[in-house]
Design a protein around this ligand. Sequence first.
Ligand code: UDP
Ligand code: MN
Length: 323
Amino acid sequence: MADQAFVTLATNESYARGAMVLGKSLRNHNTTKKLVALVGPHVSEPCQSVLKRIFDEVRVVDVLDSGDTAHLAMMKRPDLGVTFTKLHCWTLTHYSKCVFMDADTLVLSNIDELLEREELSAAPDPGWPDCFNSGVFVFSPSNETYAKLLQHCTEHGSFDGGDQGVLNSFFNTWATADISKHLPFIYNLSSIAIYTYLPAFKQYGGNAKVVHFLGKTKPWSYTFDPKAKQISGSVHEATAHPTFLLDWWTLYSSAVVPLLQEQYGDQPFHSGCVEGESSPFAEALGPQLSSEERKQKWEQGQADYMGMDSFDNIKRKLDTFLK
Ligand code: UDP
Ligand code: MN
């Protein structure tokens, strides 16, 4: 039987770092499967070199110069650029079965058992649970399926502008046909769902196997002080769960940054790691708010991430809940 693989995608430097952390997390949990990274042509040489040290296969995918149906599809629907790139995973026909994982996911334990599932298996989307979330899904590479997907894409577009819309309208019996294709939520725990149902998170969160930093703010949108183990930045935006965010940054700063440093050599690059920068920020925040004012600000989405609502304070609070 042909090999099985975990596959991810990165079209730029930021997502490439996400892919590196994901790859490292899969290796740390002793996967026996192959690791594949699809990269866009604009991902820099040093980044590609680091990816090659973590992944078994790094494949540059460029739908624009592929000169085939993908190219034609792209000409008709330029708005679906990244989506077409993601669908490329179906062309990995030297593998019998694969699991696609977004570059903003992090593996918390071995998940090789996912490859026992059939196409198309995925977990429900927290925003609309009759749709699956396309951040983690099991698929069987096939040029025939790939061609059909592209055709579907050009004819019907995507109802959400991305791959999730396309995949849900293509695999449109997922919600009702076969419960074994519903992955448990612990294989794609979106960090924002934690806050919408905290008691469920308290009950089941400890079993999480994959966390997904879904949404606008990604782990790399923050900065991290490795010595103080403090995360800061992204004021005014919803935060991911602090413990998982810390897991991501701990792995990134310890296992990925050294590889990046090696590859970049003398060329400047910004790792996102800063030392001792959080306290001057906190001081610059001015007078303390009353708890009512603070609640109001929080509800308006203006959390004080550098101060009262800082990573450490939120973590302390959640830790008391979890105990
Ligand atoms: N992606 C990428 N470059 C982009 C946007 C997305 O490579 O500019 C890839 C990456 O693997 C990412 C996936 O497509 O994880 C889906 O996008 P994202 O995770 O941002 O969507 P969300 O999960 O937040 O809906
Ligand atoms: Mn994602």
